[in-house]
Design a protein around this ligand. Structure first.
Ligand SMILES: NC(=O)c1ccc[n+]([C@@H]2O[C@H](COP(=O)([O-])OP(=O)(O)OC[C@H]3O[C@@H](n4cnc5c(N)ncnc54)[C@H](O)[C@@H]3O)[C@@H](O)[C@H]2O)c1
Length: 442
């Protein structure tokens, strides 16, 4: 099939490459000419496991091409996948300017029947708006060309995006006609061969499904973070509680880990966008309001724990910070809790020597104006002379570190663990003070 993907970020590049890997002829279009030029040379703009080989192989096989020309993309693909960003606007709503822009661009140049698939996460009613914008441009140009619209939200997770895309747990599409369903069913057939459900619904329900999924996951995280905070107060161990409740099949063990709060490009903006759309419609979803409030509070309460350990006297203290990305296996720094934690510690006079296995380059511009932040070469170098280690992102390389070497490097053997990575007994045996989340400190 001939497919064009418009907007080559995390979602566009991964899905475009996965469509190509399954034998489709894919054209990737983006307005960022620097990104497109680098991609043409096989240089991948983000860190995502397995993505580089996927892109390179498919370029070599001639199934994956890149362009900045919207006309070339619209001429190429029977299916036009919109995967541009929908960032948060100043009032919490989804900023739809890029989606709208692409819709007008497509309408201006469309000469043959096309199926326009909206993969970006967009509020209910956006596909209708895209349809109207395309029709407006076609009418303006006085052309006689028809098209269909479909919603196809993306559920990939950064860090395992290629796997998620090649083997999705489900594919959701929202369509207006059976003929579009048949074409999209054919497109996704190789991805759902192992039995993953292909769920067809109306367009508005499909748009809503994506927000409901992310809001549910965010709610689970905030719920567990609050359970951890209660455990802290009452002297219970949240990790045991987690095992206890996770074994209930109605609850399940996934997504129950407490931490410093969720970040990233999706959960915070999507929950806020759903809150806004819902309020605009006259309904206040108070659960979602609390989910966001609890999330904001979580990174603050963790940082306060660090400060309280030093009786709030942070002047001259030096911290090693392990992990900056909002989660492991990505270099994405969007809404990463590390930003607040590092800024808050340095605001009070502390120095932070930071290290992340993949996110150093994306984090540097965010801290460039802060003279109290230094980027280290590796996880051990930043520990030199540190008063404490603050673990923010649970990268694998932090799981089983050389505790003896760490103790030798640090001024004081203290670990603040924002992800409950370690066994408190093991840490105590190595002679560390250990402050974590929802478990008694040692
Ligand atoms: N990142 C994720 O994990 C994830 C997962 C599921 C869904 N989503 C959703 O998918 C969408 C894309 O997210 P992302 O993280 O890939 O975004 P991104 O910011 O990484 O990439 C978006 C790309 O769109 C391009 N773009 C903007 N306007 C354009 C235009 N007019 N024409 C062509 N290209 C244009 C940008 O240059 C950029 O390269 C968002 O709606 C997001 O909420 C993201």
């Amino acid at each position: 099939m001939h497919i064009s993907v418009i907007g080559i970020g995390y979602v566009g590049l991964v899905t475009g490459s996965c469509f190509a890997e399954n034998g489709n002829d894919v054209m990737c279009m983006d307005v960022d000419s620097e990104k497109i030029n680098r991609l043409k040379e096989g240089v991948i703009p983000i860190y995502e496991p397995h993505l580089e080989e996927l892109v390179k192989n498919n370029i070599q096989e001639g199934r994956l091409r890149f362009t900045t020309d919207i006309k070339e993309a619209v001429d190429h693909g029977l299916i036009l996948v919109i995967a541009v960003n929908t960032p948060q606007d100043h009032d919490g709503s989804a900023d739809l300017q890029y989606v709208k822009g692409v819709a007008h661009d497509i309408g201006r140049v469309m000469e043959k029947y096309r199926i326009v698939v909206v993969k970006s996460t967009v509020p209910v009613g956006t596909c209708q708006m895209v349809k109207a914008a395309i029709s407006e441009e076609i009418e303006k140009a006085g052309r006689d060309v028809s098209f269909d619209i479909a919603s196809n939200p993306e559920f990939l997770k950064e860090g395992v995006a290629v796997d998620d895309c090649m083997k999705p747990e489900r594919v959701i599409i929202g369509v207006e006609h059976g003929r579009v369903e048949e074409i999209l069913r054919e497109l996704y057939a190789p991805f759902t061969r192992t039995g993953a459900p292909f769920i067809v619904m109306d367009v508005r329900s499909s748009e809503m499904t994506k927000y409901a999924a992310n809001s549910m996951l965010a709610t689970r995280i905030s719920f567990m973070n609050q359970m951890a905070n209660i455990c802290d107060k009452l002297g219970a161990d949240v990790m045991m509680v987690m095992r206890g409740i996770g074994s209930d099949s109605r609850i399940g063990p996934k997504f129950l880990f407490p931490g410093v709060g969720f970040g990233g490009s999706c959960f915070p903006k999507d929950v806020r966008a759903l809150l806004k759309t819902s309020r605009d419609s006259g309904y206040n979803p108070s659960i979602l309001e609390s989910v966001m409030e609890a999330n904001e509070g979580q990174k603050v309460s963790f940082t306060e724990k660090v400060k309280a350990f030093y009786k709030n006297d942070m002047k001259g203290k030096k911290f090693a910070v392990w992990g900056l990305a909002f989660k492991p296996n990505t270099d994405d720094m969007r809404e990463a809790p590390s930003q607040y934690i590092v800024e808050s510690l340095t605001d009070q006079g502390a120095m932070c020597h930071v290290f992340d296995p993949k996110a150093m380059e994306s984090a540097m511009p965010l801290f460039s104006s802060n003279p109290h932040v230094k980027f280290g070469k590796n996880q051990y170098e930043v520990l030199e002379n540190a008063d404490g280690l603050v673990l923010v992102t649970e990268w694998l390389s932090f799981r089983e570190p050389d505790f003896e070497r760490m103790k030798g490097l640090m001024k004081a053997p203290v670990i603040f663990d924002g992800r409950n990575q370690y066994n408190p007994k093991t840490i105590a045996r190595h002679g560390f003070r250990y402050i974590c989340i929802g478990r008694p400190s040692v």
